[in-house]
Ligand binder design. Structure first.
Ligand code: PMP
Length: 453
């Protein structure tokens, strides 16, 4: 294979995204990656880096899982009739069957897509057409992707800036607030409320009863409940779908990311036959939604292999177990370090929120740095974790002091221990040297880019 890995930065700088290259350089994250292996990224000097970001949750099976590779090789070598356009191929049909088999019983139809955002776009369209209504509600701090429809439902102004006007009829309601949701639904013109069961930006867990309450309110007012499980789905939270934790029965569930083991772009909306049939309701409308690549054989083969690996390796249960271990090892950090406000999460969707330390001087410095660029202090954790412990981790959102980990569900117990020890080390040093070292450690920029998807 032609290998120009040494030129990656120059090529990206020249032809793809020079600003992103600058950010990586400034933070010192500009390693030359030559291989991915399970939970590890490998650099050009043979260094092994624990990837606690998993490509924003895409590599739930770890990178380059042999079973998914085998399934893909097999599908390619079989010269399958992928994407026959005016025809059908069996692989996506089986993937739909297998997804439905794992979903709550009432979700018995699948619409395929090629990404998380595309799944969200499909959910918006399905909800509008099925209800004959136009408004779509979303939660503050939500993230549903960056295409213009999904962006209209984005709770972060920094993503929307300069891209408007976006989809009309999109209105925010505060996450966790059922009264506000009820009030927004009351006009009777809402097609759907789209919400992440656990918000990715900040790892915000729903208050008790919130999702069930949202479902009841939506249905009372003739709206659909759409859960975005692009990040939480496929075992991430210790259940196949996060909705299982709360027993909710949404009308639409969006999936993507981990569904193909990270190999092939994929997305899917799980829904009910009632919703599907209200949209595709005549031969005239048989292809009223879709896209050229959705439901391709390679995506389906990778998806089926991913579901098999989740089953065979017991990865959903493993995510629950490793998540408990991670929580057990890291919750005490909130007592040990003044600058830790909270450790939270579910399964292997984990976050640590920083907060100002005791002491007037340290608090003043904290406030000054936060004023200059909110969220910069989270880099006090991510930057040394990267440089001193060879662990790749992200800031959970723009302007936030939340550090977030999405390790592969295959992460070894020893690596969970290692991560917890590294955090303890980094937090200890950050607290001790906050006064003298804040400016130097965080270097003055980069928080925005690191808080990407
Ligand atoms: N929804 C959620 C909850 C997500 O976390 C993301 C991506 N982080 C998306 C949608 C968009 O997915 P994609 O990047 O594949 O478009």
């Amino acid at each position: 294979m032609l290998d120009r890995h040494a030129e990656a930065a120059a090529l990206w700088d020249a032809h793809v995204n020079p600003q992103f290259v600058r950010v990586l350089r400034t933070l010192g994250f500009d390693r030359t990656w030559v291989r991915g292996e399970g939970a590890y990224l490998i650099d050009d000097r043979g260094g092994r880096w624990l990837d606690l970001q998993s490509g924003f949750g895409t590599f739930a099976l770890g990178r380059n899982h042999p079973e998914v590779k085998r399934a893909l090789h097999e599908a390619i070598d079989a010269d399958t009739p992928s994407l026959p356009a005016m025809g059908l191929s069996w692989l996506p049909g089986v993937l739909a069957e297998q997804l439905v088999a794992r979903a709550p019983a009432h979700l018995d139809a699948v619409v395929f897509a090629n990404s998380g955002a595309e799944s969200v776009e499909a959910a918006i369209k399905l909800a509008r057409a099925a209800t004959g209504r136009t408004r779509v509600l979303y939660a503050t701090k939500a993230f549903h992707g960056l295409t213009t429809g999904a962006l209209a439902l984005n709770g972060g102004a920094e993503f929307r800036e300069r891209f408007g006007p976006l989809l009309p009829g999109a209105d925010a309601v505060p996450f966790g607030d059922l009264d506000a949701l009820g009030a927004a639904l009351r006009a009777g013109d809402v097609a759907a409320f789209l919400v992440e069961p656990i918000q990715g930006k900040g790892v915000n867990l729903p208050p008790d009863g919130y999702l069930a309450g949202a479902q009841a309110l939506c249905h009372e007012h003739g709206a659909l409940l759409a859960l975005d499980e692009v990040q939480t789905g496929l075992g991430r939270t210790g259940r196949f779908l996060a909705l299982e934790h709360w027993g909710v029965e949404p009308d639409l569930v969006t999936l993507a990311k981990a569904l193909s083991g990270g190999f092939v772009p994929i997305g899917a909306v799980l829904t009910t036959r009632r919703v599907r049939d209200a949209v595709f309701d005549s031969m005239e409308r048989a292809v009223v939604h879709g896209s050229t690549f959705s439901g391709g054989d390679l995506a389906a083969a990778a998806g089926l292999a991913t579901l098999r690996v989740l089953d065979d390796e017991g990865l959903v249960e493993r995510a629950a177990r490793m998540g408990e271990l991670l929580a057990e090892l890291t919750r005490p950090l909130a007592e040990r370090h003044e600058i830790v406000r909270e450790v939270r999460g579910k399964g292997l969707l984990w976050a640590l929120e920083l907060g100002p330390p005791e002491g007037a001087a340290a608090r003043r410095l904290w406030a000054a740095v936060e004023r200059r660029q909110q969220g910069l202090l989270a880099q006090l954790v991510t930057v040394p974790l990267f440089h001193e412990h060879r662990m790749l981790i992200q800031v959970a959102a723009h302007h936030s002091s939340v550090v977030k980990a999405l390790p592969p569900l295959t992460i070894e117990e020893a690596d969970v221990h290692r991560f917890a020890r590294a955090l303890d080390d980094v937090l200890g040093r950050a607290s001790r040297h906050l006064l003298s070292r804040t400016g130097r450690l965080v270097g003055g920029l980069g928080a925005r880019a690191l808080a990407a998807r």
